[in-house]
Design a protein around this ligand. Structure first.
Ligand SMILES: *Cc1c(COP(=O)(O)O)cnc(C)c1O
Length: 399
């Protein structure tokens, strides 16, 4: 097998990816490509990035054998990669940190970002405070209402949160608004995109900042489990935590890679966020990928109980991994994810993010079909403290 080598020089993963943006952004993207191409291999840049991951973020995160849950299921051994133990409680800070360091080297002092649930906004506000940079976060006005604690966190960290009133007033509209800001202020502004989407080089660059997750896993699984996992599972919203753990495993042919999308109220209900399982090929936010859209190419409203998976597109590299067969993608409903959330709390003493609970639900379905000496490694993308209001509401309670 040829080693996996994507994207190509033009930012394509097979037919996916590329650069679909206004002419006015071409120069900024060229600048970014050149800067990243240089610093990606610069020893001083890499030393600073990894030093900050260690001292500020708290890496390496451990791998953990979920013994009680595995025993109860009676099949494969389930292990977690503990991204929930990172500073700010999820994987997202790996990427925000990398891009902020790059912005500093490029002399850009103003940072903009988009956020849905507010997790990427908080991670970006955190690194901006750390480096004394101005931070503006675009957020749909619906999300501003739904995610008040994260809005306040960003403000505590010194960021300005701008509510977006257009469209459905959610994540995709915040992304559009951030792109508009960037067009206007390209000279002094760096746009930190929060997942493996957007125009080239973002999908590649965000993946590379996150692949520390899989690189650590490969070392740690050899050391603590004595071998590599048979399956690696991760939830997929835009797809950044999934690619962070998948990418270093792609050339390990015996390791099966499974992405878990939000099936919401069920694919048949039309109320879901499963772009790969139920979308069509289209263009969204600067790249070609699978998109949840109608026959006229209008982007459709999505639904998931977990705000972080509620996005109508998906990173273009996942589209390619799906078509090429190297990874497979499945859907898990709100109901199944909530059941896995509660079970993980009680059996393992870990409150997982609702996004992560989708991957856990699939692990619990898969484990009993496998032998006891097989291993499923789940990327535990984040902790669930942010979700306790949602979970309580689902259970008919109010906090
Ligand atoms: C944002 C988020 C996700 C979804 O984003 P990806 O880019 O698909 O990783 C998943 N888990 C957690 C905890 C998140 O905060």
């Amino acid at each position: 097998m040829k080693p996996y080598d994507f994207p190509d020089a033009t930012g394509h993963f097979g037919p996916y990816g590329g650069v679909f943006v206004a002419e006015t952004l071409m120069h900024a993207l060229d600048q970014l490509r050149q800067a990243y191409a240089h610093y990606q291999h610069d020893p001083a840049f890499l030393a600073e990035f990894h030093g900050e991951l260690h001292h500020f973020v708290g890496r390496p995160t451990p791998v953990y054998h979920a013994r009680r849950w595995s025993e109860e299921l009676g099949g494969a051994q389930i292990w977690f990669k503990r991204e929930d133990l990172n500073h700010t409680g999820a994987h997202k800070i790996n990427n925000s940190l990398g891009q902020a360091l790059l912005a500093r080297r490029m002399g850009k002092k103003r940072i903009i970002a988009e956020t849905g649930a507010g997790q990427h906004g908080v991670a970006t506000a955190t690194v901006c405070a750390r480096y004394g940079m101005e931070c503006i976060v675009y957020m749909g006005s619906e999300d501003v209402k739904r995610q008040a604690p994260n809005v306040y966190r960003m403000k505590l960290l010194g960021a300005t949160v701008v509510p977006v009133e257009s469209g459905s007033k959610t994540l995709k509209d915040a992304l559009n608004e951030a792109l508009r800001d960037w067009v206007t202020n390209v000279e002094d502004t760096f746009y930190i995109i929060g997942t493996v989407a957007g125009p080239h080089p973002y999908p590649m660059m965000v993946r590379n900042f996150h692949c520390v997750i899989g690189e650590e896993s490969i070392e740690q699984m050899q050391k603590y489990a004595g071998k590599q996992p048979d399956y690696v599972l991760a939830c997929v919203g835009g797809g950044s935590n999934a690619l962070g753990i998948f990418y270093p495993y792609i050339d390990y042919e015996n390791v099966k890679l499974v992405g878990v999308e939000a099936a919401g109220h069920g694919i048949a209900s039309g109320q879901h966020a499963a772009s790969l399982s139920a979308g069509q090929v289209g263009v969204l936010h600067g790249n070609r990928t699978y998109v949840i859209q109608n026959e006229d190419g209008q982007v459709q409203e999505t639904h998931s109980v977990s705000a972080g998976l509620d996005y109508p597109g998906v990173g273009p590299e996942h589209a390619w991994l799906k078509d090429s067969g190297r990874a497979t993608y499945v859907g898990v409903t709100d109901e199944q994810a909530l059941a896995a959330f509660h079970h993980c709390c009680r059996v393992e003493g870990i409150i997982p993010a609702l996004e992560t609970a989708h991957a856990l639900a699939h692990a619990a379905q898969l484990a009993p079909t496998l032998a006891k000496d097989q291993i499923i490694l789940v990327n535990l993308s984040g902790r669930g403290d942010k979700d306790i209001n949602t979970v309580a509401t689902q259970a008919g309670m109010q906090l």
